[in-house]
Design a protein around this ligand. Structure first.
Ligand SMILES: [Zn+2]
Length: 432
C-alpha cells in the first residue's frame, strides 16, 4: 500500500533505481540534503516503502485516504484499514456491478475479482461507468483499466468467461477459493450483479457448497424497482429457499432474445449504492447489515424484510448447511451467527460512546454544580415534555418522537403465516 499523499516522492526514488548503487545512494542523499522543507514527506515515504500496506490518515489534499480514515477517527469504523486485506468477487460487471466495483475501488479495497464475458456496447452508455471509446472491449478489461487508473492500490482480476458454462465450473470455484488477498485464501464476499436467474442459481450453488457469504442484487426489467439481499449459507435463506416465481415454476426467463429491457442509471446507481454500503458494513463490521432491502422508485419506498431459511428448501446442500448451523447454535448459542462478532463490536462501541457522553455530562454538571441522572437506556437526564419533577426548568428535545413514529405502518412489513408451506404460498400467488 503506497501512501497516496507522497506517491510522487516515492516515484522519484523508484525511477532512480536503475543507476549504479553508489550513484543511486549519492542521489538519495543529495536529494535528502537539498530537500529539507520536504524531509518530513520524504521520511514518511521511506516509512511507507518498508510497509507498503499502510493507509495514511494524514489530512492532506493529496492523500486519497484521509477522508476514509476520518471514519475511524470519528468512531464510525473501528479499523478502516482492514479493507486493504479484503477481497470481493463481483459477478456481472454491468450497470450495477461496475458501479459497485468503482465504489469499492475508491474505498481502497484490497482486491476485486470481476466476472463478465460481455463486451462494452454503445447501448450501455445510458448507465454509469463505461465510456464510448471502450466499445468492443470486454467489460472486465475495460473496468480493470479504469479502476487501476482510479486507484492503483487495488488489485483487479478480470475473469472474462461465463460462470454458467459447465466447463468453467472448476476454474470458477478455484478463483473464488484462492481469490483472497493472502495467497491461497478464499474471497471474503461475493456480490451477484447479474441479469439472469441461471447465473444466480450457479452462484447460489457454489456459495452453498463452499460456505461463501454473498449478496444478491437486482433491478427490474422496467427499471423502476430493485433490491439487495444478504445470503449466508445455512444461516439466512438461500436463493432457492424462497425462489422468484419464474425460477420456482421453471417458466422461461423474462430476458429473451429480441426483448429490450429498460434501464435507468438512477435506479442502478441507487441499488449499487445500497449494495456497496452493505458490503462496507459487512466487511468492516459497523452499522447493521440489512438482510433484504427493496426499492420502489415510483413511491420512493424501501421495504425491509426478514426471510427465514426454508427447512424444506429444494436445494439439499442448503438443508445440510441449515442442519450444520442449527448444531452450531445448539453448541455455541448466538455466537454461532456469522454476524455475531460484528454485532457485539457495535454494541461495545455504542456502550463506550454512551459512557464517554455520560463522563462529559458529569464533568459539565460538576462544573456548574448540577446533578445528572440516567433516565433510560439512551438518554442522560432528559425527560420528554413538562418540567422537572422538582420544579426545575425543562429540557426540550430538538426532535420529539410522536405516536406516528412508534407505530410503523402495517404495510411496512410482509405478513407471514409461518405454518403455511411454500407450496401453498406459491399456489396462492399463482391464483392471484
Ligand atoms: Zn435454501
Amino acid at each position: 500500500m503506497s501512501n497516496g499523499g507522497c506517491r510522487g516522492g516515492c516515484m522519484y526514488l523508484i525511477v532512480s533505481s536503475p543507476l549504479p548503487l553508489p550513484s543511486f545512494l549519492f542521489g538519495v542523499f543529495f536529494f535528502l540534503f537539498f530537500s529539507l522543507p520536504f524531509s518530513n514527506t520524504l521520511l514518511s515515504c521511506l516509512g511507507h516503502m518498508t510497509d507498503q500496506k499502510k493507509f495514511s490518515a494524514e489530512v492532506r489534499d493529496d492523500n486519497p485516504y484521509s477522508r476514509l480514515m476520518a471514519l475511524q477517527r470519528m468512531g464510525v469504523v473501528e479499523d478502516y484499514e482492514a479493507i486493504r486485506h479484503k477481497s470481493v468477487a463481483i459477478i456481472g460487471a454491468g450497470g450495477v456491478g461496475s458501479v459497485v466495483a468503482e465504489m469499492l475501488t475508491r474505498c481502497g479495497i484490497g482486491k476485486l475479482l470481476l466476472f463478465d464475458y460481455d463486451k462494452v456496447e454503445l447501448a450501455n452508455m445510458n448507465r454509469l461507468f463505461y465510456r464510448p471509446e471502450q466499445q468492443g472491449m470486454t467489460k472486465v478489461d475495460a473496468a480493470k483499466a479504469t479502476l487501476e487508473g482510479i486507484n492503483p492500490d487495488t488489485t483487479i482480476v478480470p475473469c472474462a468467461y461465463s460462470i454458467t458454462a459447465v466447463d468453467q465450473w472448476d476454474t470458477f470455484v478455484e478463483s473464488l477459493l484462492t481469490g483472497g488477498v493472502a495467497p491461497q485464501t478464499p474471497i471474503d464476499l461475493l456480490l451477484c450483479c447479474v441479469d439472469n436467474f441461471q447465473a444466480r442459481l450457479t452462484v447460489n450453488e457454489v456459495c452453498l457448497q463452499h460456505r461463501l457469504p454473498w449478496m444478491e442484487s437486482g433491478v427490474a426489467e422496467n427499471a423502476v424497482s430493485g433490491h439487495i439481499q444478504l445470503l449466508l449459507p445455512g444461516t439466512t435463506a438461500c436463493y432457492e429457499c424462497c425462489p422468484p416465481l419464474v425460477v420456482a415454476t421453471g417458466m422461461p426467463e423474462a430476458k429473451r432474445e429480441g426483448v429490450c429491457a429498460a434501464s435507468l442509471p438512477t435506479t442502478m446507481g441507487i441499488v449499487a449504492g445500497f449494495l456497496a454500503q452493505n458490503t462496507l458494513k459487512y466487511l468492516l463490521q459497523f452499522g447493521t447489515v440489512s438482510e433484504y432491502v427493496g426499492y420502489d422508485a415510483m413511491r420512493d419506498y424501501f421495504p425491509q424484510v426478514h426471510i427465514k431459511a426454508n427447512p424444506d428448501c429444494r436445494n439439499r446442500t442448503c438443508v445440510a448447511r441449515q442442519a450444520e448451523y442449527a448444531a452450531d447454535v445448539a453448541a455455541r448459542g448466538e455466537a454461532a451467527h456469522p454476524l455475531h462478532a460484528a454485532r457485539q463490536a457495535r454494541l461495545a462501541r455504542e456502550e463506550r460512546e454512551r459512557a464517554a457522553a455520560k463522563a462529559k455530562a458529569d464533568a459539565c454538571a460538576a462544573e456548574w454544580g448540577i446533578t445528572v441522572e440516567d433516565k433510560g437506556k439512551h438518554s442522560l437526564a432528559v425527560a420528554q415534555g413538562g418540567g422537572g419533577q422538582d420544579g426545575q426548568g425543562e429540557v426540550e428535545y430538538a426532535y420529539a418522537a410522536g405516536q406516528e413514529d412508534a407505530e410503523a405502518p402495517a404495510e411496512a412489513y410482509v405478513q407471514v403465516d409461518e405454518s403455511e408451506s411454500i407450496e401453498a404460498l406459491m399456489a396462492r400467488m399463482k391464483g392471484m
